[in-house]
Design a protein around this ligand. Structure first.
Ligand code: AN0
Ligand code: CP
Length: 317
């Protein structure tokens, strides 16, 4: 594998899952693979889990790691070509990217949707430029429209906990005070369909996700109906994805907050969320603290998904 921005980059998914379970038993089994190789992690946005788990994954593989927080200490970067740079931005991404490539062997990029233009976000303008101009393998640490390292970890977590061959997995929208990207729900829907689960997505009208990610899933606008018989509930807020309302908040309806009321109609479902989560907006205290909550095992599996992805990239260097 050269670059990783999508479930389809990983190749045979079931082999990848076996590798993940093998690595989980012996995390440093491939510690020689990354010796004298350097990972550069570039963050345009905040992170707790991705930062720590990806660095840990690189350490499992014996790599050296450099972390760059672009907005804290680096020059402000211009991203548009053709701009007269007489404002506050001192450097252009078109120089910065190849320079970054000089100091490392692999680059991880976190660059959220900016909500300035749906076209720019959905063409993955920033991470695509890293792929084009860095000369290095690039992987997504959450880009504008996807967060595949998260979905891979979510999949590992479901495989570890499922009791049915083909569980019912429900992705539910939940309210949030700020406009959030569609990256996590996009990747989750796409990954869950790709591995063949029974996938239902529920959200208020207007929150339809792009079909390129949801094809194969069932859309159900009635949240209670969607939850019936579910084995896994995956909550997430996202802002509107449609061209007409792109990036807007259309609802803050607290009836959608996941509580014991909805969990009661599931088949004793597990609760999942990628974190960070706002309690009593997305999910009530009792559900996230309850015995069926998987939020911590999911986060733990981020180290595993990142180790598998980095291993595959290193094997192809
Ligand atoms: C981000 C998002 O919704 O995409 C990161 C989630 C992993 N969340 C926030 O910005 C709160
Ligand atoms: N789930 C996740 O990616 O968390 P961070 O934003 O803290 O990295």
């Amino acid at each position: 594998m050269r670059h990783f921005t999508n479930v389809h980059d990983l190749g045979d998914l079931h082999l990848a899952l076996q590798e993940a379970l093998e690595i989980k038993k012996d995390r440093t089994k491939y510690v020689e693979l990354g010796r004298n190789k350097t990972l550069l992690m570039v963050f345009f946005n905040s992170s707790l889990r991705t930062r720590l788990s990806t660095q840990k994954a690189a350490m499992n593989l014996g790599m050296n790691v450099i972390v760059l927080d672009v907005n804290q200490g680096a020059w402000k970067l211009e991203t548009e070509r053709g701009v007269i740079m007489d404002g506050d931005k001192s450097e252009h991404l078109l120089e910065a990217i190849p320079v970054m490539g000089c100091y490392c062997d692999v680059i991880g990029v976190r660059s959220f949707a900016r909500f300035e233009s749906r076209e720019d976000d959905y063409s993955e303008k920033i991470i695509t430029q890293f792929i084009q101009y860095s000369g290095r393998p690039v992987f997504s640490m959450e880009a504008a429209t996807g967060h595949p390292l998260q979905s891979f970890a979510d999949w590992i977590t479901i495989e570890e906990h499922k009791t049915k061959e083909r569980p019912k997995v429900v992705l539910t929208w939940a309210p949030h005070p700020k406009a959030l990207p569609q990256a996590v729900p996009n990747s989750f829907a796409q990954w869950m369909v790709a591995v063949g689960y029974d996938v239902v997505i529920t959200h208020p009208e207007g929150y339809e996700l792009d079909e390129r990610f949801t094809k194969g899933a069932t859309i159900e606008y009635d949240q209670m109906k969607a939850f019936e018989g579910a084995d896994f509930i995956y909550a997430k807020n996202w802002s509107a994805a449609s061209p007409e309302n792109y990036g807007q908040i259309l609802s803050k309806d607290m009836d959608w907050t996941v509580s014991s009321r909805q969990m009661a109609v599931t088949d004793n479902a597990y609760f999942m969320h990628c974190l960070p989560v706002r309690r009593n907006m997305i999910v009530t205290d009792d559900v996230i603290e309850g015995p069926r909550s998987l939020v911590i095992p999911e986060a733990a599996n981020r180290e595993i998904s990142a180790t598998v992805v980095l291993k595959k990239i290193l094997e192809n260097l």
